[in-house]
Design a protein around this ligand. Structure first.
Ligand code: ZN
Ligand code: ZN
Length: 313
């Protein structure tokens, strides 16, 4: 990536959504976490992605510091792609996406199940605060916004439409529903604001400096896919998260904390979550529901769908 590719005007949160709010990128990471995939041909086999698209996504992961290329030992000119520490740190985002899908989406049963190696418990983990060790849910947190960061997030860089996925491959089929909320900057920002308690059209509009047409389109779409629900009050219409929408909170909490990890020098630019229970900034972690232990990447493994790592062929 050139120097000009990263400017101060690009919000860290927007960069995270651009990078990780992508079906194929999540599918690439998924295969690494499940099966330690590291070769181009393995991802082609498992995701069905067109080679040019896979190359672009791997290059983006390398440029953003999540992966590094290493020459294969066989002496060929091919490379392996290995996760860096920053790449490994995405595991909690993936685990939260899978947990949401298993609970709320018909695609869910195809997603890997989290197994805590130490106690053998399988199933979705619980979100907790690393500072005070207490369980956290949406109601215990408060989003503090630097309004400028949202405008920057919305205004720069590329955007994707969730209505026209670039291709239909097996990888695309596995993250369809969650992409409605994180597959595009506007949808992600609207969902994020809704998670922080924003309900009214005018409040969304003034926070995002978004055109009424674009905002209406996203609100309608998020309502169609049952992330938001519309209710009419005496003096106006409100958009409120459904239980399915509220269930996305851990995904957003980890996307935010990962963004801060990826951009340690840009902390003041992003929205931050405060844990009301202890007053600290929320540093989210996952806890085993079986034994209450804090889960680290090395203490869990992901058990794939029984018929292999992809959809039935
Ligand atoms: Zn806390
Ligand atoms: Zn456990």
């Amino acid at each position: 990536m050139t120097e000009a590719g990263v400017t101060a005007a690009q919000s860290p949160v927007a960069q995270t959504i651009d990078l990780l709010g992508d079906r194929l990128t999540l599918a690439i990471l998924r295969e690494v976490f499940i099966d330690h995939v590291r070769r181009f041909s393995q991802w082609i086999d498992r995701t069905g992605a067109p080679p040019a698209m896979l190359t672009a996504r791997l290059n983006a992961l390398v440029a953003a510091g999540l992966m590094e290329r290493r020459p294969q030992t066989s002496g060929s000119d091919r490379h392996d792609y290995l996760l860096t520490d920053l790449g490994i740190a995405t595991w909690e985002i993936l685990a939260s996406v899978w947990a949401w899908q298993r609970e709320w989406s018909p695609e869910g049963l195809l997603q890997p199940e989290l197994v805590h190696i130490d106690c053998g418990h399988r199933g979705p983990p619980q979100l907790m605060c690393r500072h005070c060790d207490r369980a956290v849910d949406l109601r215990d947190t408060q989003l503090e916004l630097d309004p400028q960061s949202l405008v920057l997030a919305a205004g720069s860089g590329r955007r994707r439409s969730t209505r026209t996925p670039p291709s239909v491959s097996r990888a695309d089929l596995q993250f369809t529903e969650v992409m409605e909320a994180i597959g595009d900057r506007w949808s992600a920002l609207v969902t994020g604001l809704a998670l922080s308690g924003v309900r009214r059209f005018n409040e969304f509009q003034s926070a995002l400096k978004i055109s009424p047409t674009t905002l209406t389109e996203r609100l309608v779409r998020l309502s169609e896919v049952q992330i938001l629900t519309r209710s009419d009050h005496g003096n106006g219409r409100e958009y409120v998260l459904t239980p399915r929408g509220r269930g996305m909170f851990p995904i957003f909490a980890f996307l935010l904390s990962w963004t801060q990890l990826a951009h340690p020098d840009a902390l003041s630019l992003g929205p931050k979550l405060r844990h009301r229970g202890c007053g600290s900034w929320l540093l989210p972690a996952l806890r085993c529901r079986g034994c209450d232990a804090l889960l680290e990447r090395t203490s869990v493994h992901f058990e794939p769908f029984p018929f292999g790592t992809g959809l039935p062929r």
